[in-house]
Design a protein around this ligand. Structure first.
Ligand SMILES: O=C(O)C(=O)C[C@]1(C(=O)O)C=C[C@@H](O)C=C1
Length: 290
C-alpha cells in the first residue's frame, strides 16, 4: 500500500500502529477519523488506518458508526499494539505538577486514565483534543500556560515535552486494535499475522422472538468462535440496533456463507465488513523508529 491516511498530527498512537505494521507506506496525517475515511473514499490515499477498540475503554464508536453507516470500505487487516499513556509537560512546568490547571488529550486517552486523573488532577480541567499528538502540539506551543498532556513517548519526542509520569493508564495490558481499510477488496499480507478474522454486521428482523439466539446458534453448531459481539444503535429510534460480530475464521466457501444464509432465512440483514489477517504486538516485542 503506497499511501495510508492516519489520525494526525505526527506522534499519535495511530501513527505508531502504522509504523509497526506498514513501515513501507507513506503516511498522510488527517485531523480526525471521518477525514481519514473520506480521504480513502476520495482516492487521495490507498488505505486508512483507524482505531476500532481499546482494551480499557471499549469500542471507538465513531469508527464503527462511519464504517457501518457512511462508507463501504473493506477491512483488510487488523493490528493491535500496546498503549502506554504518559503525562507530558513543557520543561518549564515540570517542577510543580500540582500547579497544572489543565490536562489535554484525546477522549479515549482521558478515559483510559480516568482514575489517575481523579487521584492526581481532580481540580484541573480535562480538555479534549482531536488526538493525543494534537494535544501535545498545542501544549508545547505555549509553555506559559500550566498544562499537561496525556500522550505517548513519540509525541514527547516530536513536540519537545518531558515525560513526568509513565504508564498512567488505569489497567495493565492496555492495547488498542486498529483496522486497515482499503478501497479495494484485495488480500493484504500482514507479516506478523497469526490469525484470520471476519467482521460482519447483522440487523435482526423486528418482532421475531429468539432472533439473536438463532443468529448465535448459526455460529455455535458450526463451531465458529466469536471474539466480539456488540450492539450499536441504528440511529432510527430507541430500541433499533445492529450487531457487529467478529468471527475467528476467514470467510471461506462453506461455513460462513452457510451461517449468513441461515440468518437471511429468518429475515436478518447481513453485511461483511471484511475478512482479514490479524496481528497483536505485545509490550516486549515493541520496537519502532519513526
Ligand atoms: O489520539 C491518538 O493518538 C490516537 O491515535 C487515537 C486513539 C483512539 O482513538 O483510541 C488511539 C489509541 C489510543 O487508544 C488513544 C487514542
Amino acid at each position: 500500500m503506497k499511501k495510508v491516511a492516519y489520525l494526525g498530527p505526527k506522534g499519535t498512537f495511530t501513527e505508531l500502529a502504522a509504523v509497526t505494521f506498514l513501515n513501507e507506506s507513506t503516511r498522510i496525517p488527517y485531523k480526525d477519523i471521518p477525514s481519514c475515511l473520506q480521504a480513502l473514499d476520495n482516492q487521495e490515499v490507498d488505505g486508512a488506518i483507524v482505531p476500532l477498540e481499546n482494551a480499557i475503554e471499549g469500542s471507538v464508536n465513531i469508527t464503527l458508526d462511519y464504517l457501518v453507516h457512511k462508507h463501504n470500505l473493506p477491512i483488510v487487516a487488523e493490528l493491535a499494539i500496546p498503549i502506554a499513556q504518559h503525562l507530558l509537560v513543557h520543561e518549564d512546568n515540570a517542577s510543580d505538577l500540582q500547579a497544572l490547571e489543565a490536562v489535554y488529550s484525546h477522549p479515549q486517552a482521558i478515559a483510559q486514565c480516568h482514575e489517575y486523573l481523579m487521584e492526581q488532577f481532580s481540580e484541573a480541567q480535562w480538555v479534549y483534543a482531536t488526538s493525543t499528538a494534537q494535544a501535545a502540539k498545542e501544549v508545547s506551543e505555549d509553555p506559559s500556560l500550566k498544562r499537561g498532556v496525556i500522550a505517548n513517548e513519540l509525541a514527547a519526542q516530536k513536540y519537545g515535552l518531558q515525560i513526568v509520569a509513565e504508564n498512567i493508564h488505569d489497567f495493565p495490558n492496555n492495547h488498542t486494535r486498529f483496522v486497515l481499510l482499503s478501497s479495494k477488496e484485495e488480500r493484504f499480507e500482514l507479516e506478523q499475522s497469526r490469525q484470520e478474522k471476519t467482521t460482519i454486521v447483522v440487523t435482526l428482523p423486528s418482532d421475531y422472538p429468539g432472533a439473536l439466539h438463532q443468529v448465535l446458534s448459526a455460529f455455535s453448531w458450526r463451531k465458529l468462535n466469536l471474539s466480539k459481539i456488540e450492539s450499536r444503535p441504528m440511529k432510527t429510534g430507541i430500541g433499533h440496533y445492529f450487531f457487529i460480530i467478529d468471527i475467528d475464521h476467514a470467510y471461506d466457501k462453506v461455513l460462513l456463507p452457510g451461517a449468513l444464509e441461515e440468518m437471511k432465512a429468518i429475515g436478518c440483514k447481513t453485511r461483511v465488513l471484511g475478512t482479514y489477517p490479524s496481528a497483536v504486538i505485545y509490550e516486549e516485542q515493541k520496537e519502532y523508529t519513526v
